[in-house]
Design a protein around this ligand. Structure first.
Ligand code: THU
Length: 237
């Protein structure tokens, strides 16, 4: 994949400003990240956060962020570089093979349960010690997500949104159902911010919540977020 292709994966209907970068992990894996906007602008996931959290949520250590153009001081660059002790590189002609994050087999309900349970071990939760895992259905499999926290609480992202930003970064346009597990929770239910992001990317999908008394609860995004903030008026293109 090259930056021309990756940039096109950006979800930027509100600004039109496609943005992408790639994180290289210490073991040589490549994790693409694109800007994933939301109709509620402050819920936008920046390209750096998207790529870094994809890497961290796969249990890898980031080493370098590669940009197609000089990023300047945008998107909290100094914070991210210091947080992980990493470097930034500019290389517009860089091409790479993304780390294969997708699980390609069709999973049974039991396999979804087992996969979600195993995935919780990948959660990065230095602040909360509260692990959450998500699996997002795409046309040829499932994209995993876990919650990733960092030193700044405001910059962590929930498992649901890590799965969505990974799927968008990998170029998936149509997202299916989402499965969520949080073993330490009394009651599993996506946070308000995730509901708004689910509404944007999974308007018709079902969210299957794995409750800890072994039953699942399947709801739609609009059941989770009735009277949601929406509309076309903010879209630029
Ligand atoms: N969290 C999720 O990953 N998903 C949710 O739906 C609720 C909250 C994470 C975010 C943070 O890492 C920790 O749980 C505590 O809020």
């Amino acid at each position: 994949m090259d930056f021309k292709t990756l940039n096109k994966h950006s979800y930027v209907p509100y600004s039109g400003n496609a943005r992408s970068c790639v994180v290289r992990s210490t073991d040589g894996g490549y994790f693409p990240g694109v800007r994933v906007e939301n109709i509620s602008y402050p819920l936008t996931i920046g390209r750096i956060q998207s790529a870094l959290f994809s890497c961290l949520g796969a249990g890898k250590r980031p080493e370098t962020i590669i940009f197609p153009e000089d990023p300047g001081a945008e998107e909290l660059m100094p914070y991210w570089l210091a947080e992980y002790g990493i470097n930034a590189e500019v290389n517009s002609s860089f091409s790479f093979e993304p780390e294969p994050l997708i699980l390609k087999d069709k999973l049974s309900d039991n396999e979804i349960f087992d996969t979600l349970s195993e995935l919780c071990e990948m959660a990065v939760t230095p602040n909360s010690d509260f692990q959450v895992s998500a699996l997002l259905e795409v046309e040829n499999g499932y994209i995993p997500g876990v919650n990733v926290e960092c030193s700044n609480w405001e910059l962590g992202i929930c498992a649901e949104r890590v799965a969505i930003s990974r799927a968008v970064s990998l170029g998936y346009k149509s997202l299916g159902n989402m499965y969520v597990m949080a073993p330490k929770s009394d009651y599993v239910s996506p946070c308000g911010a995730c509901r708004q992001v689910l509404m944007e990317h999974l308007p018709a999908g079902r969210i299957v919540l794995h409750q800890n008394d072994n039953h699942t609860m399947s709801v739609t995004s609009s059941q989770l977020l009735p009277y949601h903030f929406g509309g076309e008026v903010l879209k630029k293109k």
